[in-house]
Design a protein around this ligand. Structure first.
Ligand SMILES: *Cc1c(COP(=O)(O)O)cnc(C)c1O
Length: 382
């Protein structure tokens, strides 16, 4: 099958299957061996070499989804993040990072890079000037996360790829929030695409995994360091992840649709101050989102009007659970001030635009009317 010509749902369903040559079963057989014969074979297979039959096959699905030559599966999103960064950043090198960054990635950079002698600068905003100003003579990598968490700010991917080319940098994106359903950064010239597969790829809040897509040349570099760092994923979870991704486009498109309706509902609500959703025309980055995304994700944030209590609001909800994770088929909500951004000082939160009344909402696939009814309960409670 010529993979490039296939449509999204077909890639999700079929590309990267392990063929069942023994029984012709409908799904990939699962190979749990951690030991493979090594004599008279071309490939020495071993789980930590990321090349068991199931690992290798699912890598092809990731590559096809992200329109890249190669794909690899990791034990977590952070394994994917850390192995990619350490693959390209050596002692004395420098990385440019966005102003707001996923908490785990932020901690990895701030807590670990000093030990390796790697330098970093956070851009002061999301524009070309902000990123340009952060580039140093020893910069090797430029990192982006778009849409950002939790305010859904959009970074121009074409601009990032252009900057990277001009300065000879490798561009990397954490594409978790968008998922390959809504955004394929390779179209804009981004070099390395990273996912926490725990989120939209897994989609059912029961898998922890990571994924990376890149050119063969870059993937060889990542593989070389990854086999030493050891963040490979168990074949059983690889197999589960393959099953999850089969329905990813269906799920994510349903979540996009739900989120857009809920964003509009919240935007009109008298108890809500601001809604942050790139699919709303009032979002400052709407035009940019429209240019580089095919859907606006199931993630949105909103601020309750002053005087309303976010924690009683959340406690009054029955259907929507308070949870740290995101992107599952079930809707979840959290207060960034009390969870993901709790370690920042109130001043730092304010600087990033994170108000105490801000709530981040991960929209699931429930019926929109039921979610609205739950919100009404919340507003009454608050
Ligand atoms: C969750 C997440 C990660 C980390 O993934 P884990 O699977 O938890 O290791 C990285 N980036 C983003 C944007 C995330 O949401």
């Amino acid at each position: 099958m010529k993979e490039k010509k296939l449509g999204l749902n077909t890639i999700c369903t079929h590309v990267g299957e392990v063929e069942d040559t023994q029984f012709q079963g409908a799904v990939s057989p699962l190979f749990m061996s951690s030991s493979y014969q090594y004599e008279d074979v071309d490939v020495k297979r071993y789980p930590r070499y990321f090349n068991t039959p199931n690992q290798e096959a699912l890598g092809k699905k990731i590559a096809a989804l992200e329109k890249s030559e190669a794909g690899m599966i990791f034990s977590s999103g952070m394994a994917a993040v850390s192995h990619c960064m350490l693959g390209f950043l050596h002692k004395g090198d420098h990385i440019v990072l966005p102003q707001t960054l996923y908490g785990g990635t932020y901690n990895f950079v701030v807590e670990e890079f000093g030990k390796f002698g790697i330098e970093y600068t956070f851009a002061t905003g999301f524009s070309e000037t902000d990123f340009s100003n952060a580039i140093q003579p020893n910069t090797k990598v430029i990192w982006v996360e778009t849409p950002s968490n939790p305010l859904m700010k959009i970074t121009d991917l074409e601009m990032i790829a252009r900057l990277a080319k001009k300065h000879g940098l490798i561009s990397m994106i954490d594409n978790t929030f968008a998922s390959p359903v809504n955004q394929t950064p390779a179209d804009f010239g981004i070099d390395i695409i990273i996912h926490s597969a725990t989120k939209y790829m897994g989609g059912h809040s029961d898998i922890c995994a990571g994924a990376v897509a890149a050119s063969k040349e870059y993937m060889d570099v990542i593989w070389n360091v990854s086999k030493n760092l050891g963040g490979s994923l168990s074949d059983y979870t690889v197999w589960l992840l393959e099953r999850s991704i089969k329905t990813m486009a269906l799920r994510v498109k349903a979540q996009n649709k739900n989120a857009k309706k809920l964003a509009k509902y919240l935007d009109k609500h008298e108890a809500v101050d601001t809604v942050y959703y790139p699919g709303l025309k009032s979002h400052p980055d709407y035009a940019l989102a429209k240019k580089q995304m095919s859907g606006y994700t199931g993630m949105l944030s909103f601020e309750l009007k002053a005087g309303l209590n976010p924690s009683t609001f959340m406690k009054s909800l029955k259907l929507i659970k308070q949870s740290m994770s995101l992107a599952g088929v079930e809707s979840t909500i959290l207060s960034p001030t009390h969870t993901s951004h709790a370690l920042l000082s109130p001043e730092a939160r304010k600087e990033q635009g994170i108000a105490d009344g801000l709530l981040r909402f991960s929209v699931g696939i429930e019926e929109t009317e039921d979610l609205i009814a739950d919100f009404e309960r919340g507003f009454k409670g608050a």
